[in-house]
Design a protein around this ligand. Sequence first.
Ligand code: ZN
Length: 223
Amino acid sequence: MIRVLVWCEHYQDREDEAVRAVYPEFMHNAIAGFLSEDADLSVKTATLFDENCGITDEILAETDVIIWWGHMLHHEVPDEIVDKVQEFVLNGGGFIPLHSAHFCKPFIRLMGTSCGLCVEGYGKHVINCVRPAHPINRGLPEVFELPEEEKFTEFYDVPQPDELIYISGYESGRVFRSGCAYHRGRGKVFYFQPGHESFPIYRDANIQKVIRNAVYWVAPNKD
Ligand code: ZN
């Protein structure tokens, strides 16, 4: 059993009508919902508005993988929480920042770079797998599309991934390293780009499969 904590900022999905229309159950519950269909995953949620952001030593002791979605309020996550998440990963935990969580404090801490990127607007994503045999792409085609998504582009200021899994391409010719895998200490990190809040990205079967596979890949090696 892999124990997953889906952490969400939980601001726009509460305050912004357009986002609420897409995720009436809230974003963390949408992600936890499809993961919970897997009987081998035990899934909990936490948000910025929980006490201690829902991240305590006790909770982390019962967590194998943290999925993180944030956008507007990265700065409100206290540094003590960032310390805990960093230590969690270095000691073997898995960490999956999604979409605008490229700017979340724990990811910047773990990467050691700005994690800045460029944005081209919205439109079709063509997601190309450049590591087809990687477990994160198990059961997925080598190319799949999202009809409408926010288009992050290079330059993406992250360290060269230990394994680059996906590159997204757009009609303009611009591209983005949209699936980047890293080892940090005893733990693993997988950044995955899809998930703009006003499109139903986490309802997409391929995206759900990538995230589920990523949970298995970043999960600690345990006997
Ligand atoms: Zn976005």
